[in-house]
Design a binder for this molecule. Structure first.
Ligand SMILES: Nc1ncnc2c1ncn2[C@@H]1O[C@H](COP(=O)(O)OP(=O)(O)OP(=O)(O)O)[C@@H](O)[C@H]1O
Ligand SMILES: [Mg+2]
Length: 1022
């Protein structure tokens, strides 16, 4: 209930006790209407469930729904049939008290549906029994069979139960269903022979004809056409769109197997069903003496076979009546009317007794197979009562009288139990009981059932007394006996005004639910329920095993008159009341929203009527007489504790004290509530609603607080996480820095002690220096042979460094050597020799170093062919233009200098001017300055020679190196490098002198002293 307290404006209240105006029927119906509009078909009146038939599948009975209602508190969830089912089941299990769910309401209100849903709930949610798990199936499958035989289409309900049913489900100590038992009440057997327009006979007839196999129908002598059977066409409505007989037949056929029917039993049962149809088609014709004779031999033949009764016996029984007078049996023939009556009576008896047999058979199947086991003794029982509701028709007969009497009894029980439980609760809670004003219908029950003075007694008396008793004599007797009863009225007793509404053959009862006028016609007959003796005899001789069980021979010899129907019914009702009283009751009150069986239609007049005759207003008044709302302290405190600072968020003391503090804080006035032992009782709904509204407001602020707290918590967590991470990073970084610093310090310490012998304090430093030297060395190795750089090694590595350096150099040299070409090698060799001769001795040597030596400076075309011819086969190794200075005047003359393998040849144009064999070349002189003059000294003894030759070459280093190289092979030539001056032999007995000085530019002149003066340019390098 709590869950929808907040939504009460839209969906009304979930519990009628919360209706402010609880005495107003209009408010009651308005609440029903609101909820019905929202498809909320269930509403409580305290513990009573009011259900409005939705006439549509609302999808509210699924497995999930069952789970939702399992084990939850009745009031915490919206009202539902499953809540009632679960509450009853839990009480059964925990308190081990028998339970009864009483479902009432008018025809079509949904009683049978509710019963089925309840059974389904138990079958699906209860644990399976250890043995005999099939009992669950049997419980479920007994339904379609009972419905087939006991339900029919009526104007009010396409599947109307034409009998009352009370079903016990037995549970073992573990809560598993282990057995069941069914009691049936007053089957409407008149339907077998007659149906009102628009109604049908019991479903089984149509199902058999529609769904039965050809073979079965042939055996039973049936045609697949209901129109052929007089008992099926009275209502002119054999086919109904909402009913699928063919499918239903399949269901019934399968269910029969589940509930232990053997094939033979099914056959016997169907034979009886068929025989009823054949009976209906038996016709009579009057003979000359107006005695009835059977005209339909064929039907008789089938009947004989199907019922296993001799044809002649049956024929006689149908057309005669056996009377025993003074110990003698007399056969009196029947007239047409009597014969038809006898036939119909037989059909009704056969069918109704078969139905009783069927219930007994089902009971045998449902009976716990384990009845002897210890668990059986500790079973608890849950009863389901699906009984006809109050009925008011245009024409009400004996059946309605019985049904309405039954409702009076149940209403009395209901009031009694409700009041009792209220009173008990008050007592248990220690609250003073305030007497409740309510209408006690005992007076009406007494009117019907009182011994000697009650209607049933009078009816029985009329039935039994000798003489001409008729329905009207019964009415007269009634008028005589109960004329002063305030709830009884007849035409004769009524005043002028009401008399009009009463026929002469009618009496009216003022039931608790309203007035009902009964027509006495047929009361005696129906109450007597007589079957002619010879018909009984015929049936007792039946070979059909079911029939022989239904008609027992002892019945024939029993002289005592059987109890009348009304008395039997009264007795069974008393028994039922006793059964129900011994159990803890739960109530489901079903309401039918419209007569058209349509979804969504809320017919107010119809509903008001039902609210009235179900006594719902009465029920509400009783419930509300004291307090509108009561709840366990724990539940109440849990829900509303947030409304009081002292109880929020946790109340540490007893819940009762918490509630006391809470209600004081809420300002409840003393007359508004009472504190029981375990519950708080609130008198007015408005008090509760005010509290609920306050809770709604509080919820908003609580939600904000919770959100804020949550956000705070969330961000604080986030902040703490970030903080932890930051601290972690910081400490890691500090650690790193610290370690670095420590390493540095260690390094410094090591550095300071680097010269000390290796010790722990400097070991690291020394190792570090070594490693870093070696690592650095890898990157700083010389790049080429000329690169002499080499990192300075630490003292400890000096030796190793030197070795490495050598290795490195050797390696580079080796690599270099491998890579040089022969030409280059020659070049280098020549350069090496040049270096040997001139390096550090002649000023212009450095300038020559980068200039490559060329193999020859004059091509063959630049040398005169005559010269070449003169040289003959001698190859020219090198040729260069030179300037020759005369020995006398020092005149410069242009010449070519050729080197052959054996001599230096000086050439003037086409003429070889001088040939100096290397053997005669005694030396070569050059100055140390930057000039390019040189002197070739020849042997003085050589007469062919004119003296030493003074020459100048622009490539003096190259020319002299080549010359030295060529000459060296023959003569170990000497190259003199002179400072200042060179003396040379100018001719025989005459020497010349060349003076070298430095100046700004090269100048070669003859000096006044007869010397050759050479001014060599001053080079920057000097
Ligand atoms: N809870 C429900 N949900 C959907 N449909 C329902 C519900 N209850 C009843 N009905 C519909 O109403 C029809 C009549 O219901 P049901 O047979 O239970 O009535 P009843 O009270 O047993 O009537 P009777 O007294 O004639 O046996 C059902 O066949 C079904 O179509
Ligand atoms: Mg029913």
């Amino acid at each position: 209930m709590e869950s929808a307290l907040t939504a009460r404006d839209r969906v009304g209240v979930q519990d009628f006790v919360l209706l402010e105006n609880f005495t107003s029927e209009a408010a009651f119906i308005e609440n029903l209407r609101r909820r019905f509009r929202e498809n909320l078909i269930y509403t409580y009146i305290g513990p009573v469930l009011v259900s409005v038939n939705p006439y549509r599948d609302l999808q509210i009975y699924s497995r999930q729904h069952m789970e939702r209602y399992r084990g939850v508190s009745f009031y915490e969830v919206p009202p539902h049939l499953f809540a009632v089912a679960d509450t009853a089941y839990r009480a059964l299990r925990t308190e081990r008290r028998d339970q009864a769910v009483m479902i009432s309401g008018e025809s079509g209100a949904g009683k049978t549906e509710a019963t089925k849903r309840l059974l389904q709930f138990y079958a699906e949610t209860c644990p399976a029994p250890e043995r005999g798990g099939a009992v669950r199936d049997r419980l479920l499958q007994s339904n379609p069979v009972l419905e087939a035989f006991g339900n029919a289409k009526t104007l009010r309900n396409d599947n109307s139960s034409r009998f009352g049913k009370y079903m016990d489900v037995q549970f073992d100590f573990k809560g598993a269903p282990v057995g069941g038992h069914i009691l049936s009440y007053l089957l409407e057997k008149s339907r077998v022979v007659h149906q009102n327009h628009g109604e049908r006979n019991f479903h089984i007839f149509y199902q058999l004809l529609e769904g039965g196999e050809e073979e079965t129908l042939r055996r039973l002598g049936l045609e697949r056409n209901p129109q052929s059977y007089l008992y099926l066409v009275k209502g002119q409505c054999a086919k109904v769109s909402s009913i699928n007989d063919k499918n239903d037949w399949k269901v019934v056929r399968k269910a029969l197997t589940v509930i232990d029917f053997t094939e033979d039993e099914v056959e016997d049962l169907l034979s009886i069903v068929a025989s009823v149809l054949h009976l209906g088609n038996i016709h009579f014709a009057a003979d000359e003496e107006s005695n009835a004779q059977v005209t339909t031999e064929n039907q008789l033949k089938y009947l004989t076979r199907l019922l296993g009764v001799e044809g002649s016996t049956l024929r006689e029984a149908l057309t005669h009546r056996k009377i025993i007078a003074k110990g003698e049996e007399l056969l009196s023939p029947l007239n047409l009317e009597q014969a038809a009556y006898a036939r119909d009576a037989l059909a009704k008896a056969v069918y109704s007794r078969t139905f009783t047999w069927l219930v007994a058979k089902i009971n045998r199947s449902l009976a716990s197979k384990d009845a002897e086991s210890p668990s059986w003794r500790s079973t608890t029982v849950l009863g389901l009562l699906d009984i006809y509701g109050f009925e008011v028709f245009q024409n009400n007969s004996f059946e309605q009288f019985c049904i309405n009497y039954c409702n009076e009894k149940l209403q009395q029980l209901f009031i009694e139990l409700t009041l009792k439980s209220e009173q008990e609760e008050y007592e248990a809670e220690g609250i003073a009981w305030e007497p409740v004003q309510y209408f006690n219908n005992k007076i009406i029950c007494d009117l019907v059932e009182e011994k000697f003075k009650g209607i049933i007694s009078i009816l029985d008396e009329e039935c039994l007394r000798p003489g001409e008793a008729t329905d009207l004599t019964f009415l007269e007797k009634l008028e005589d006996t109960v004329k002063h009863h305030p709830h009884f009225l007849t035409h004769k007793l009524a005043d002028q005004r009401t008399r009009k509404s009463l026929g002469r053959g009618e009496f009216r009862l003022l039931h608790y639910a309203g007035e009902v006028t009964y027509n006495v016609t047929g009361f005696l007959d129906k109450n007597n329920d007589l079957l002619f003796r010879n018909l009984k005899e015929a049936m007792c001789s039946s070979e059909n095993p079911i029939m022989s069980q239904c008609f027992d021979r002892s019945e024939l010899s029993d002289k005592k008159r059987p109890e009348t129907v009304a008395t039997q019914f009264k007795m069974s009702l008393l028994q039922l009341v006793e059964i129900l009283k011994s159990k803890e009751p739960a109530y489901v009150r079903c309401i039918k929203p419209n007569d058209a069986k349509q979804p969504g239609r809320f017919d107010e007049v119809l509903i008001r009527h039902q609210v009235k005759y179900l006594g719902l207003m009465e029920n509400l008044r009783v419930r509300r007489a004291g307090f509108a709302y009561r709840r366990k302290y724990e539940a109440f405190l849990q829900r509303y504790k947030s409304l009081c600072p002292e109880t929020w968020p946790i109340w540490a003391g007893r819940p009762q004290d918490g509630v006391a503090v809470l209600v004081r804080h809420l300002g409840y006035k003393p007359e508004e509530y009472k504190m029981g032992r375990t519950k708080i009782f609130i008198r007015f709904p408005k008090t509760l609603f005010a509290t609920e509204d306050a809770l709604e407001v509080r919820r908003q602020s609580l939600a904000t607080t919770i959100q804020a707290t949550w956000r705070g918590f969330h961000w604080r967590q986030k902040f703490l996480r970030v903080k932890r991470s930051a601290i972690c990073i910081q400490s890691w970084w500090r650690g790193t820095l610290g370690r670095r610093k420590a390493a540095k310090r260690k390094l410094i310490r090591g550095f300071i002690l680097r010269h000390a012998p290796r010790c722990p304090e400097n070991a690291f430093f020394l190792d570090h220096v070594r490693t870093s030297f070696l690592l650095n060395l890898r990157r700083q190795l010389p790049r080429n042979i000329l690169d002499t750089s080499w990192p300075t090694p630490p003292p400890a590595l000096r030796e190793a460094s030197e070795l490495l350096r050598e290795l490195c150099q050797k390696n580079m040299v080796w690599k270099y050597c491998r890579s040089i070409s022969p030409e280059w090698k020659q070049q280098l060799q020549q350069k090496a020799i040049a270096s040997e001769i001139f390096k550090g001795k002649k000023d212009n040597y450095p300038q020559s170093v980068p200039r490559l030596f060329i193999s020859t400076r004059l091509g063959a075309d630049e040398i005169s062919p005559k010269v070449l011819q003169a040289l003959g086969s001698e190859p020219i190794q090198y040729a260069v233009p030179v300037v020759k200075y005369d020995r006398k005047g020092y005149k410069p003359r242009s010449r070519q200098l050729l080197l052959t393998p054996s001599a230096v040849v000086i050439v003037e144009d086409a003429k070889v001017k001088q040939r100096i064999e290397y053997a005669n070349l005694t030396g070569i002189s050059v100055s140390s300055l930057s000039d390019s003059l040189f002197v070739l000294h020849v042997q003085r003894e050589d007469n062919k020679q004119k003296g030493d030759v003074v020459l100048q070459s622009d490539h003096v280093i190259e020319t002299l190196t080549k010359t030295a190289l060529s000459a060296d092979r023959v003569n170990n030539i000497n190259i003199n490098i002179n400072q200042g001056s060179i003396t040379f032999a100018g001719g025989p007995g005459r020497d010349g002198i060349i003076d070298f000085t430095t100046g700004s530019e090269l100048l070669v002149t003859k000096a006044k002293n007869g010397h050759l003066a050479v001014v060599a340019p001053r080079l920057n390098s000097r």
